[in-house]
Design a protein around this ligand. Structure first.
Ligand code: FES
Length: 137
């Protein structure tokens, strides 16, 4: 994994939540992504629902992950944490956008050529210097 970027220790990825980070895509735009426990390891997904793409799965406090499914906080569609597919609710028939990651030596690495690591946390965490608030209303 010569070109891979080390993201975080596997132990930092919660069993029932997500680890939020920001990447740059090939056009230089920032995108949010999440790591979740899945597939007996860790899976990576872009941080938006397929029903309404402005809806974040992790709103800064961790995505809801229950029984190996990521639950959209808006309408409750559930995405398979391993395959990204959804067969229920308003997002039925869709699949989350994958971000390729790999686990080695107890750490998670970004291996996706389509993205470069920007920073831990969401996009707004970089826009608000000094802000540590993750309050949602
Ligand atoms: S916005 Fe996610 S199911 Fe509707």
């Amino acid at each position: 994994m010569d070109d891979a970027t080390r993201l975080t220790p596997v132990d930092d990825v919660p069993a029932n939540g997500s680890w939020l980070f920001t990447v740059f895509d090939r056009t230089g735009e920032r995108e949010e992504a999440i790591l979740v426990r899945a597939c007996d390891g860790v899976a990576g997904w872009l941080n938006f629902c397929q029903h309404e793409t402005d809806q974040r799965l992790d709103r800064g406090v961790g995505a809801a992950v229950r029984d190996d499914e990521i639950v959209c906080p808006k309408h409750g569609s559930m995405f398979d944490a391993c395959s990204g597919t959804c067969d229920n609710g308003k997002a039925a028939g869709s699949t989350l956008v994958a971000v390729d990651v790999a686990v080695e030596d107890g750490a998670v690495f970004l291996t996706d050529d389509a993205y470069d690591f920007a920073h831990e946390g969401g996009i707004e965490d970089d826009d608000l210097p000094g802000s540590s608030s993750h309050l949602t209303f």
